[in-house]
Design a protein around this ligand. Structure first.
Ligand code: G6P
Length: 745
């Protein structure tokens, strides 16, 4: 503070001195200038007086009438400015003068003075202006009139002006000084805060924005807009950049030097079960698995997951490992066995009764139990030990998946400080108020901040996460770079919109034709070839908006009865978490509502809704996608939703309409879908009607664009972006470590 004052004084003192000097230099100049202006005025005035007097004076002079001349002089000098007058003969002889005319001022002297640029003369009574004007008669020069005008009023005015000028300069100096002090104080505080923030590693703007509560939200908005623009720009640039398994592999080898990948998730990619024909495997209904499996196939490595299948133990080796996919064996699946209590507390309890409803706005209350939390912590520890056991180096790249493992990143970091930990949160992240419901929120946040990179599907979820950290932890957030630092560990919080693997030519060649899919599905359902179908494919979960979808179908049939008997919704609902009361109640409710709607519109051989509440393998789902006119995704809240992307990928005939909830992360990318608010039944019903009546040309146009987006922004790009960011981070850390070692030597 003292130094600020000193600084201001150092600045102000020369400024005030300069102002004073300017004033003192300007004053004589100003004096001189005003004197000249007045002198010019007085010369003009003299001309005027001469002209007025001319006739009478010349007459009196020629007549030699001295009394008349004096009378004229006396009358004229009554003018307060005119001090004295004299008349001179053309030869220079003084003819007549008024009383106050100085005796020693000759006509020649007066003529000399009058010719000066500033014709003035100092008399005892003050300064006078000397003017000499010719008196003429009929063009002939007969005499000269000398006029002495008082100049003391000019001096008086000049003194006044000087006073005003000095007062003005003083006032100006004072105003400048006040402004300088205020500005210096403000900017000094700003810079001090900025410098402190910089030393703490924060951005310069942060403290200013934090201080200014009005600007804060504006700055946040501005930042978000910038980031959105950045995303759009990156997407437009990236578009030509094709990503496929080879490119991802190449990136892993080139940028991560072929480092090993370890994936951790709760759900395993292949579930072995015992059936009537012995052991078989199935692929779970999980967006996470759909996305991550192709990445693992491309990169190889180890996937650690809960072994939940009834025959899982029978196929693993003594280290609980099995090579998958069955038949092609491209990577290792390491299974972790959970006790029923662990599964109950960690999976059903904390993850699916607590975190799942906490993160989804689906109006289901989260339940948090101490015992579930304990189980969750224990299971996270067990998976952390498994990561250490599977790691072949001290710095593996570990991909931690989803809300089942919020504590895992920090636990891995404790055990393997040099690991690169990429955590991806597959579900939405709620706003800070909602998240504060969780009694163990700080532990969860600290756990996640053990990650090197923490990924979400959308920028909005990143923003929610960073705000949640701001509210709950003493961490340093750097909004410009989207990083959070706590306990010297910095985490990059980024959005990586997840996707699917675009089907290869070989895969596509194996698909039955659209016509075959259409007739097979219609035949199975006992429907005619022209019957229109919408399809919904979901886990049987309350977040998926299945009830709202059924209501939309009901309303559409109500509004357009001609479609009764001509249109149906085929709803695949894969059983999910059915041990939980909330799920049981929801599934029962859906069965009831479907029964009611079918009773209302159905007829022998026709149902408005076909509810297929069983697991469907991928091929069966693809067949449905290709058979349907419409796909409905009406999630009430969804991280991304990959069903819509799978539908688009399956439609190589460029037909079919996508109806998509605006509350699914995918809505930000799939602009050519019919975007709906699933809570607005009327809107969804109208969208459904529009979809089943949409001309083929419009379908083609929309579908072609959707396909381009999903093909270009596929899951290899998702993984590639995360791994490339990780590679950059690793490189930076290695260089820093080397520098530290070097400095220590
Ligand atoms: C969501 C979650 C996944 C989960 C999937 C299936 O997509 O983000 O982590 O695997 O649901 O749920 P489930 O509980 O059956 O694994």
């Amino acid at each position: 503070m003292l130094s600020t004052l000193r600084l201001q004084f150092r600045f102000l003192a020369p400024l005030l001195l300069t102002l004073a000097a300017a004033a003192f230099l300007a004053l004589p100049l100003l004096d001189n200038l005003t004197l000249r202006w007045f002198s010019r005025d007085l010369s003009l005035r003299g001309t005027l007086v001469t002209n007025t007097l001319s006739d009478s004076l010349v007459g009196a002079l020629q007549e030699g009438n001295d009394a008349r001349v004096q009378a004229l002089f006396t009358r004229t000098v009554q003018d307060e400015r005119l001090v004295a007058l004299a008349a001179c003969a053309p030869g220079g002889e003084l003819l007549q003068r008024s009383a106050a005319y100085p005796g020693d001022l000759t006509c020649a002297g007066a003529a000399e003075l009058a010719n000066l640029p500033l014709p003035k003369l100092q008399l005892a009574g003050g300064t006078v202006h000397v003017g000499m004007h010719a008196l003429e008669l009929g063009g002939a020069h007969v005499a000269d009139l000398v006029l002495l005008h008082d100049l003391s009023f000019v001096e008086r005015r000049s003194e006044d002006t000087q006073k005003y000028l000095i007062a003005f300069m003083v006032a100006l100096g004072a105003v400048i000084a006040v402004i300088t002090v205020v500005v210096a104080q403000l900017s000094w505080r700003g810079w001090v805060k900025g410098a402190r923030a910089l030393l703490r590693g924060e951005g310069l703007l942060t403290p200013l924005m934090q201080n200014n509560h009005d600007l804060g939200p504006l700055a946040d908005d501005f930042r978000d807009r910038l980031r959105d623009l950045e995303d759009a720009y990156r997407r437009s640039l990236d578009r030509d950049d094709q990503w496929d398994p080879e490119r991802l592999r190449a990136l892993l080898h080139a940028q991560l030097r072929g480092d090993e990948l370890i994936v951790v998730s709760n759900r395993e990619p292949y579930i072995h079960e015992t059936g009537p024909d012995g052991v078989h495997f199935k692929r779970p209904a999980s967006g996470l698995v759909t996305a991550v499996e192709p990445v693992m196939r491309a990169c190889s490595g180890t996937w650690i997951a809960h072994g939940s299948g009834s025959a899982d133990r029978s196929v693993v080796d003594k280290h609980d490992r099995v090579m998958v996919p069955p038949g092609s064996e491209e990577y290792t699946l390491r299974r972790i066995w959970l006790t029923p209590e662990e599964e109950q507390g960690y999976y059903y309890g904390f993850a699916n009764e607590g975190l799942w409803p906490l993160c989804h706005v689906a109006h289901v209350r989260p339940v948090f139990r101490e015992s579930d939390w304990e189980a969750y912590r224990r299971v996270n520890e067990r998976f952390a030990d498994a990561v250490v056991a599977e790691a072949r180096s001290a710095d593996p790249v570990v991909l931690v998946q989803d809300y089942h493992f919020a504590l895992l990143p920090a636990l891995i970091r404790q055990r393997l400080p040099r690991a690169t930990i990429l955590t991806f949160w597959h579900i939405p992240w709620p706003n800070p108020e909602s998240f504060s419901i969780c009694p163990w929120r700080t532990e969860l946040l600290e756990g996640l901040l053990g990650s090197t990179i923490l990924g979400f599907h959308t920028r909005f979820h990143c923003k929610n996460f960073i705000e949640t950290v701001d509210r709950n932890l003493e961490a340093r957030t750097e909004h410009e770079h989207s990083t959070v630092t706590i306990n010297k560990q910095t985490t990059l919080v980024e959005s990586y919109p997840i996707s699917i693997a675009w089907p290869s030519d070989t895969q596509r060649a194996a698909w039955p034709s659209v016509a075959d899919c259409r007739s097979a599905v219609r035949h199975r359902l006992g429907l005619g070839p022209a019957h229109k179908l919408a399809v919904g494919v979901d886990r049987f979960d309350y977040t998926k908006g299945i009830l709202e979808r059924i209501h939309a179908v009901e309303r559409m049939l109500e509004k357009h009865p001609s479609w009764v008997g001509e249109f149906s919704l085929v709803q695949v609902a894969a059983p999910s978490r059915s041990d939980l009361d909330e799920y049981k109640a929801f599934q029962q409710r859906i069965h009831q509502v479907v029964g009611r709607v079918n009773a209302r519109f159905g007829s022998p051989g026709y149902q408005a809704i076909y509810l297929l509440a069983e697991h469907h393998e991928h091929d069966a789902v693809t067949e449905l996608y290709r058979a349907a006119e419409v796909c409905m995704v009406t999630s009430l809240h969804d991280g991304m939703n990959l069903v819509c992307k799978e539908f688009v990928a399956a439609r190589d005939d460029e037909q079919g309409v996508m109806i998509l909830s605006r509350f699914a992360g995918a809505a930000a990318e799939l602009n050519e879908a019919l975007i709906v608010n699933p809570y607005h039944v009327e809107e969804s019903a109208d969208a459904l009607y529009r979809a089943i009546t949409m001309p083929a040309a419009e379908q083609r146009e929309r579908m072609a664009n959707l396909r381009m987006t999903v093909r270009d922004f596929n899951v290899y790009r998702w993984a590639g972006r995360m791994l490339a960011d990780a590679a950059r981070w690793r490189l930076r850390e290695r260089i820093e470590a080397r520098m530290l070692r070097h400095n220590g030597d």
